[in-house]
Design a protein around this ligand. Structure first.
Ligand code: CA
Length: 226
C-alpha cells in the first residue's frame, strides 16, 4: 500500500513513515496543508494520514477540498486530545477515521487496515454509478437498466473500481497503471488502453449508459448519465 503522511511535526512524521515502511508499505511525507493537498490530489495513494493543525492549510480544509474534488481516498485524521471537540467536524468533512494523539503505532496500523479494506474483503460489496453496479463478490458488473450481468477479470474489476470511485474525475494513465499493475510490474504501459477497451466492450454488452471517456494525452474518466 502507498500512504501519504501529512503531518508537520518532523519527529512524528518520521516515526509514522518508519512504521509504515516496516509493514512494507510505501510512505510519502508532506509537512504542510497546501503541499499535502497537492500530493493527495494525484490520487495515487491508498490512504492518507492527515493532521488537523498544519501550517498553510488546516487538515479539515484539506479534507473538504479532497472530497469536493471527489477523491475517495480513505483519510485517517490525527488530532491532539484538546481538539477532541473537533471530532464531529472531521467526520462531517469526510474523514474515515479519527485518532487522538498520543496513539500507539499498533492502533494506527489497525485503523489503516480497517479503512483501506478493499470491497472484495466484504461479502456483499457493491459499487454503483448510474445504472452500473460493480459486484465484486460475483466478479462482474450488472446493469440495473437491462438486468444483464457479465463476468470480469481481476484487473478489469480493479480498473473499473478505481474509475467508479472517482466518477467524473480524470485519472491519469500513470496513476491507473501504478494502482492496477504496481510500480514493479513488467506489464506494458499500453495495457491500460487494452483494458479500457475490454471495459468498454463489457459496458456495451450489459447495455449500460455509463461511458469511459478518454481525455487525449491525459487519461480516463467514468461518466454516468444523469
Ligand atoms: Ca500539527
Amino acid at each position: 500500500m502507498k500512504i501519504l503522511v501529512i503531518e508537520d511535526e518532523p519527529g512524528l512524521s518520521d516515526a509514522l513513515c518508519q512504521t509504515l515502511r516496516r509493514e512494507n508499505w510505501s510512505a510519502e511525507a508532506r509537512y504542510d496543508g497546501e503541499s499535502g493537498l497537492d500530493e493527495a490530489l494525484t490520487g495515487i495513494y491508498d490512504a492518507i494520514i492527515l493532521d488537523v493543525m498544519l501550517p498553510r492549510r488546516d487538515g479539515f480544509s484539506v479534507l473538504r477540498e479532497l472530497r469536493r474534488e471527489k477523491l475517495g481516498t480513505p483519510v485517517l485524521m490525527l488530532t491532539a486530545r484538546a481538539e477532541l471537540d473537533s471530532r464531529v467536524e472531521g467526520l462531517d468533512a469526510g474523514a474515515d477515521y479519527y485518532l487522538t494523539k498520543p496513539f500507539e503505532m499498533r492502533e494506527l496500523l489497525a485503523c489503516l487496515r480497517a479503512i483501506t479494506r478493499r470491497p472484495e474483503d466484504t461479502a456483499d460489496a457493491e459499487l454503483q454509478a448510474g445504472d452500473l453496479v460493480l459486484r465484486t463478490h460475483q466478479g462482474g458488473i450488472y446493469c440495473a437498466a437491462t438486468g444483464k450481468f457479465v463476468k470480469m477479470s481481476v484487473k478489469e474489476l480493479h480498473l473499473l473500481e478505481l474509475l467508479m470511485k472517482n466518477q467524473g474525475r480524470i485519472l491519469e494513465k500513470e496513476q491507473l497503471f501504478e494502482r492496477v499493475w504496481g510500480l514493479e510490474s513488467d506489464s506494458e504501459y499500453n495495457n491500460i488502453e487494452v483494458y479500457i477497451s475490454f471495459l468498454r466492450k463489457k459496458l456495451n454488452f450489459v447495455g449500460s449508459a455509463v461511458r469511459i471517456k478518454a481525455t487525449r494525452g491525459i487519461g480516463y474518466s467514468l461518466e454516468a448519465e444523469a
